[in-house]
Ligand binder design. Structure first.
Ligand SMILES: *[C@@H]1O[C@H](CO)[C@@H](O)[C@H](O)[C@H]1NC(C)=O
Ligand SMILES: *[C@@H]1O[C@H](CO)[C@@H](O)[C@H](O)[C@H]1NC(C)=O
Ligand SMILES: *[C@@H]1O[C@H](CO)[C@@H](O)[C@H](O)[C@H]1NC(C)=O
Ligand SMILES: *[C@@H]1O[C@H](CO)[C@@H](O)[C@H](O)[C@H]1NC(C)=O
Ligand SMILES: *[C@@H]1O[C@H](CO)[C@@H](O)[C@H](O)[C@H]1NC(C)=O
Length: 370
């Protein structure tokens, strides 16, 4: 039976042709799976271009973007991010920044991620779109979808959608790098509980709106990432293991929290990909994964090119840039190259359970029980 909502859907279909996005008449397809993205710089396609922040939280200048887009989009990489590859594998178009002016088309999902963001409001406060605000934006998108599709179709879209998160990295470095007293007033255990408590609250709100399929990248070994490695007190080239210890505590808590959510929420299903292990392996054995360099960045200044000066727009003009970013695990002092992002995306999409568990993203996208 033709309903008024399928009329709206086909109006959107015509619109989709005009703006050159894949031409599926959404209402007629039971297999449409949207992608909603939350988190930090690993997933931010340029939301920070549109907020009041500093150049440290932006990547909208050369050489960012040089490999694939050929212009700086705001992504912290030479090319595509993990989420760009995931969209491709899921046969979706690239999901643009939610904040991009003129972005009103959310049938394929939305990306709310913001470089520098954490699960805690206090993490880089005032410079980023924190996770709570990202949730508020999601609720706005949810109400727009209900207006456009009607309650029933919108609910279907939201329950079939996959919700991806990369969050916690910035929370895990704040106690070491921020001099705000907030970060010194908790024990490590209390702190990790607070970070995961805030993340859980956001997941529960999305669940209430119909979300069922959740994917997570855990936190990489920040103590070894060039920008943090060079800040380690003392003068050694080793990783800053105190930072890694907090990250491990966080990653363990995250895996526990997800098991609890699964047991307490009917239909809740998740995927967690072990970014900690996959980054560490590539750092320690770069050649096994096709890289020439696993410790130093392609773009940046000083030892390990760990100074966050890539592009010369963040106060320090001097920086070095490698010729071929695909030979490097890290493009800038804190972020993977496109080549590395593609490998991480493959692990999230189709990785075996020793790296991505209990399901991989391919399985979440293919699930049609909802
Ligand atoms: C952006 O932030 C700076 C520093 O906090 C402030 O001086 C400026 O007025 C803000 N600009 C806008 C447009 O809000
Ligand atoms: C720490 O805080 C003080 C006072 O707010 C400020 O002047 C100083 O620059 C900060 N140091 C760092 C490393 O952020
Ligand atoms: C969320 O974080 C805030 C600090 O930003 C903290 O006061 C609060 O207790 C946390 N909430 C949960 C549920 O852990
Ligand atoms: C740190 O060690 C390197 C050699 O490993 C040396 O070149 C550099 O001058 C040292 N820096 C400081 C501040 O001692
Ligand atoms: C996971 O298993 C695959 C295939 O069984 C193997 O090639 C890979 O090295 C393993 N990865 C880890 C991190 O153990």
């Amino acid at each position: 039976m033709a309903s008024s909502s399928s009329f709206h859907l086909c109006v959107l279909f015509v619109y989709a042709i005009l703006v050159n996005v894949p031409t599926t008449c959404y209402g007629d397809h039971d297999h449409h799976v949207a992608l909603f993205v939350f988190g930090d710089s690993f997933f931010d396609p340029g939301n920070n271009n549109y907020i009041n922040t500093t150049a440290s939280a932006r990547a909208n200048f050369w050489p960012y973007g040089e490999t694939f887009f050929k212009y700086p989009t705001g992504r912290f990489s030479d090319g595509r991010l993990i989420t760009d590859f995931i969209a491709e594998y899921a046969k979706l178009p690239l999901i643009p920044p939610y904040k991009q002016p003129g972005n009103h088309h959310f049938i394929n999902g939305a990306n709310f991620a913001s470089a520098g963001a954490g699960a805690l409001v206090e993490t880089n406060q005032g410079l980023v779109i924190d996770l709570k605000t990202q949730l508020r934006y999601f609720k706005h998108v949810e109400s727009l979808l209900r207006q456009q599709l009607g309650d029933k179709e919108a609910k279907k879209l939201l329950s079939r959608a996959v919700y991806l998160f990369s969050i916690g990295s910035n929370d895990c470095v704040s106690p070491f790098l921020s001099n705000s007293s907030f970060f010194q007033s908790y024990s490590r255990e209390e702190y990790v509980e607070m970070v995961n408590g805030n993340l859980t609250a956001v997941i529960k709100e999305i669940y209430k709106k119909g979300g069922r399929k959740f994917g997570f990248l855990n936190v990489p070994p920040w103590g070894c990432i060039p920008t943090v490695r060079v800040l380690k007190p003392g003068n050694s080239s080793e990783c800053w293991e105190d930072v890694n210890a907090l990250v491990k505590l966080h990653n363990y808590a995250l895996s526990q929290v997800l098991q609890e959510l699964e047991s307490q929420h009917k239909g809740f299903i998740y995927s967690i990909s072990d970014f900690y292990t996959s980054v560490r392996e590539r750092m320690d054995n770069p050649s096994r994964y096709g890289f020439k360099e696993g410790k130093s960045a392609c773009c940046g200044g000083g030892p390990y090119r760990g100074m966050n000066s890539c592009g010369g727009k963040r106060g320090v003009k001097e920086y070095q840039l490698c010729h071929n970013p695909s030979e490097y695990l890290f493009f800038d002092s804190g972020h993977p190259s496109e080549m590395a992002n593609q490998q991480f995306a493959k692990l999230m999409w189709s990785g075996t359970p020793n790296i991505t568990w209990p399901y991989n993203l391919k399985a979440l996208f293919e699930l049609t029980q909802f």
